[in-house]
Ligand binder design. Structure first.
Ligand SMILES: [Zn+2]
Length: 402
């Protein structure tokens, strides 16, 4: 069987074509797939996702490059019979998106080579952006934005993109951006006066079709710099999302969009300061509350006061403040608990002149709460998920002390 003629090699903008079915198979995960004598569908490969579309009106879910069988077209619905003539149609918005991301990658990768002699080692088209891994040793926002600037200038100069073929010997003499990954006749993609690279993907006719490139974020990854970018319609979609988010934040501040970072930073600072003030006020309140609790608790034998109490809506910090305030009184043991819907919390503490191992008591109590905890003989903290048993755990701890 002759190999499938790949029409997208000649024309990346061809979206309708006619062909003959040459084979049919059910071996693609239970789906039926057909091969054709010629196809405009681009199969998954080279970091570029597959085209989708229709064959005789039936959905083509994915195309897979299959060495022996050419391009497998996975069909949802009734697959045509071997020998039948079919009309194929590519989903153009998806193809255009891939053309923009893929051609955008050629341009951005060459921009990093031109400016910083930094080649690209990997490329992936993600759900709503793309990633390249660049050998950029000291990445900064400024360096990366310089490459983005150059790439966009190349886009707006609307340079011509041509497809050439060359033998391995010819290619060896050419300034290719990356080494060919296959032997034999090579397909070279040339961006006029800017980039020459071997590639089997689908590209724009001219750089202007890419629209624009924007970098979303970057990070160091395994000795390389991983750069997340969006080109063309994805860059516009990303701008819309970013703008919507920042305007929503700006509305909270009743301020202009571009002032929000400064305002948010100020709010975080103010919040930290408020937090400090709340803590110091809580300490004062805890002393007052501790005095009241101490006064209304009758001393037991040996003048010891055991104050076991569940208090609603306290975080671990304020619970601890109260316990510490309580044990500033002589001969006092504080067994305090609090809870929200999901978590029960405990603090056990004793004054210096009282006896008892708070750590051991806490471990037992936490077991009842299906949780964990511990500390020192005079102060221990813990908690668990079994909120319903909180009062029972406190009673058991008080019981243990008597
Ligand atoms: Zn390419």
């Amino acid at each position: 069987m002759p190999p499938t003629e790949r029409l997208y090699y000649q024309d990346s903008h061809l979206i309708e074509f006619e062909a003959l079915v040459t084979d049919k198979t059910d071996r693609v995960s239970g789906w039926t797939a057909v091969t054709l004598d010629r196809t405009a569908f681009y199969p998954t490969g080279g970091g570029q996702p597959s085209d989708t579309g229709t064959l005789n009106g039936e959905r083509v879910l994915e195309c897979i490059d299959d060495e022996d069988n050419g391009v497998l077209h996975v069909i949802q619905g009734r697959a045509p019979e071997v020998g039948a003539g079919v009309k194929g149609r590519i989903d153009w918005p998806r193809r255009l998106d891939h053309i923009q991301q893929h051609t955008g990658q050629h341009i951005l990768s060459q921009a990093f080579v031109t400016l910083f002699n930094a080649p690209t080692r990997g490329f992936r088209v993600l759900h709503d952006a793309c990633e390249i891994d660049v050998e950029l040793t000291n990445p900064t926002n400024e360096l990366i934005e310089r490459a983005v600037e150059l790439a966009n200038n190349v886009i707006w100069e609307d340079r011509e993109i041509t497809i050439k073929s060359a033998t391995a010997e010819e290619a060896a003499q050419l300034p290719l951006r990356k080494d060919p990954t296959r032997a034999g006749e090579l397909r070279l993609i040339e961006i006029e006066g800017f980039d020459l690279t071997p590639c089997g993907g689908t590209h724009a006719y001219r750089t202007g079709e890419v629209g624009m490139i924007a970098v979303r974020t970057w990070e160091r990854a395994k000795g390389l710099t991983r750069i997340e970018f969006a080109a063309g319609t994805r860059a516009l979609a990303d701008y819309r999302r970013a703008n919507k988010t920042s305007r929503a934040v700006a509305a909270l501040f009743s301020a202009g969009r571009d002032d929000t970072a400064k305002l948010a930073a100020r709010m975080v600072d103010e919040n930290k300061e408020l937090h400090r003030r709340v803590r110091s006020l809580e300490e004062i309140a805890a002393r007052v509350e501790a005095d009241e609790l101490y006064q209304k608790t009758q001393p037991g034998s040996d003048d010891l006061r055991i104050i076991a109490q569940v208090l609603d809506g306290r975080d671990p910090e304020s619970l601890k403040h109260l316990a510490v305030a309580l044990i500033s009184h002589p001969k006092t043991i504080a067994l305090l608990g609090s809870h929200d819907k999901e978590t029960a919390r405990l603090v056990f503490a004793r004054s210096e002149d009282a006896s008892g191992d708070m750590n051991a008591l806490m471990r037992e109590a936490c077991e009842m709460l299906d949780g964990r905890g511990g500390g020192k003989p005079d102060l221990a903290q813990g908690g668990g998920k079994n909120v319903a048993k909180l009062a029972q755990a406190l009673d058991a701890a008080a019981e243990n002390l008597n």
